[in-house]
Design a protein around this ligand. Structure first.
Ligand code: AMP
Length: 510
């Protein structure tokens, strides 16, 4: 289907042509006819599918069919950036139509926004909090609103906007068309729909799973080594622009500082920055002046930035949905991209939930330790491994007990001590096993493993081969140890050996 098969106004067709939309995306193809039919709609579509156009195009068409001096459409968005982006699409698509719009968002000039509302712009795009603030000061006449769009509705509820959204909806005329878009459909969204929508039609496009155009990978990595690994990934991969997501605002500030210290040009964005700073960072990133931006989840939802080819989850997102949204910043529409997640020990539980959801799409990159032993892949595997070891230890001590005679008493005490010592070593090793790479620990472990293997019975080797088999079955790619070492080494300030004759003399006498 082509856009020119719709009966769109010439001015709108010109806008579509300007921005290069010829064919509607699947969500647009399904949604636009329903909206033009004046029905309520719930659109569940993954991010990057052309969701914004799915409501902006038919809303513009309907305003063109019935122009008015009053505001006709209200679009609510969870974040300021998303609101601005929707407004940009309205501007681009409506360029030849004379349709006006305004963003009513926090951090921007309150008075200017009040003026825009009073002037009766055709479309208001707002974040709920700021719109409520405006209603406290202005006597806003919502009685002409015919179209209400709730974009990223699940995110709005996650962010605690339900009371504000409810207050706003109650001010609107009951006779209106409501369009709700949400990546996920938790019960709270269904309740909202039941309360405020009139027999909505449902359109669902591959919900909750990230786009197949995104290569997803994850590394198990020690927190201390994340920075070095970022540098390694940035050095080794081909990328145009990259977003690094951190869990906290402080984490964003810190990582930006550390990257800059390493000479990596990076911008940053989070909710504590004032709006001018946020706009500046986003603009510099979008325009390609700064190819890398460090962000909190404020940049995870709906933000459309061309050519983001790499996403790094420096911290594992707490919720699976956030993961889907973060990585959805790449591989948008017809592009491909890569998303890499760094998983440390404390993130494993959150990561398991992500694996459960997208497991078959997610490629595990495991770090090999210096002894060549694979790390356990999950806490479950680790548990199994630990049980096997415990069994082995019990078996060994049982065997020894059987062989003991009275004359072996001194020997018995000795071997008991020896077993205890060895068990301690094994336990110590197990506690470090989950911590990936510290060269010192790794080589110590290697040494102990070697001794351990020498002393242990044939059974030991059979249990190891079971583990080996299970990991080779998964056919997981492995990051060579040298790669991590290379990254770790970059952090070391080891004194460099003296060069030249003096160096040679020094080395001869050292
Ligand atoms: P969205 O999901 O609305 O953020 O859109 C994702 C990307 O797809 C944006 O870069 C849009 O400009 C682009 N896009 C949306 N609709 C179309 C279309 N019909 N043809 C080509 N690109 C589109």
């Amino acid at each position: 289907m082509k856009f020119n098969e719709f009966d769109f106004k010439e001015e709108l067709i010109a806008g579509l042509r300007d921005i290069g939309y010829t064919d509607p995306t699947p969500i647009q193809e399904q949604t636009i006819p329903i909206i033009l039919d004046k029905k309520d709609i719930i659109g569940a579509a993954q991010t990057g599918t052309g969701k914004t156009g799915a409501f902006v195009i038919p809303v513009i068409q309907q305003i063109l069919e019935n122009p008015s001096e009053q505001t006709q459409a209200l679009i609510l968005s969870p974040t300021r950036e998303l609101a601005q982006q929707i407004d940009e699409q309205i501007f681009a698509l409506g360029y030849h139509t004379g349709i006006s719009s305004a963003t009513i968002i926090g951090g921007e000039d309150f008075g200017q926004q009040a003026k825009a509302i009073r002037s009766g712009v055709d479309i208001i795009v707002a974040t709920p909090g700021r719109l409520i603030d405006q209603t406290k000061v202005l006597d806003i006449d919502f009685s002409h609103i015919k179209f209400l769009v709730l974009d990223e509705a699940d995110r709005m509820l996650d962010m605690g906007f339900l009371p504000d959204v409810t207050k706003i909806i109650k001010k609107l005329p009951e006779k209106r068309q409501t369009m709700l878009f949400s990546a996920t459909m938790p019960n709270a969204i269904k309740e909202l729909a039941n309360r405020f929508m009139d027999n909505p039609e449902k359109v669902e496009i591959a919900i909750e799973k990230p786009s197949g155009s995104i290569t997803q990978q994850a590394y198990f990595v020690n927190q201390k080594e994340k920075l070095a690994l970022v540098q390694d990934v940035l050095d080794d991969m081909k990328w145009d622009s990259c977003i690094i997501f951190c869990a906290t605002k402080r984490g964003v500030d810190e990582l930006e500082r550390l990257l800059q210290k390493k000479g990596i040009k990076a911008g940053s964005i989070h909710g504590d920055r004032d709006q001018d700073e946020r706009n500046k960072s986003l603009h510099e990133f979008k325009s390609g002046q700064v190819p890398l931006i460090v962000a909190t989840d404020v940049l995870a939802r709906g933000i459309d930035i061309a050519n983001v080819s790499l996403i790094i989850n420096y911290d594992v997102p707490r919720a699976v949905d956030d993961y889907v949204h973060r990585i959805g910043r790449t591989g948008r529409y017809d592009k491909t991209g890569t998303a890499i997640t760094f998983v440390n020990k404390k993130d494993r539980r959150a990561f398991s939930a992500i694996q459960d959801k997208v497991g078959d799409q997610l490629e595990m990159l495991k770090v090999e330790d210096s002894s060549g032993t694979q790390k356990p892949n999950s806490s479950k595997e680790k548990e199994v491994k630990e049980k096997e070891k415990q069994k082995e230890r019990t078996h060994q001590s049982d065997q020894k007990k059987k062989k003991e005679t009275k004359s072996d008493k001194t020997m018995k005490q000795l071997s008991k001590k020896e077993i205890e010592k060895r068990n301690n070593k094994v336990q110590n090793l197990d506690s470090v096993e989950v911590i990936l790479r510290e060269d010192k620990i790794a080589s110590k472990k290697h040494e102990l493993n070697r001794k351990e293997r020498k002393q242990s019975s044939n059974k030991d080797s059979s249990s190891k081969s079971t583990n080996d088999k299970s990991s080779s079955k998964r056919n997981e790619p492995v990051i060579p140890a040298e790669r991590i070492k290379k990254a770790t080494k970059r952090n070391q300030n080891a004194p460099k050996p003296a060069k030249g004759l003096w160096g040679l003399i020094k080395s001869l006498f050292s």
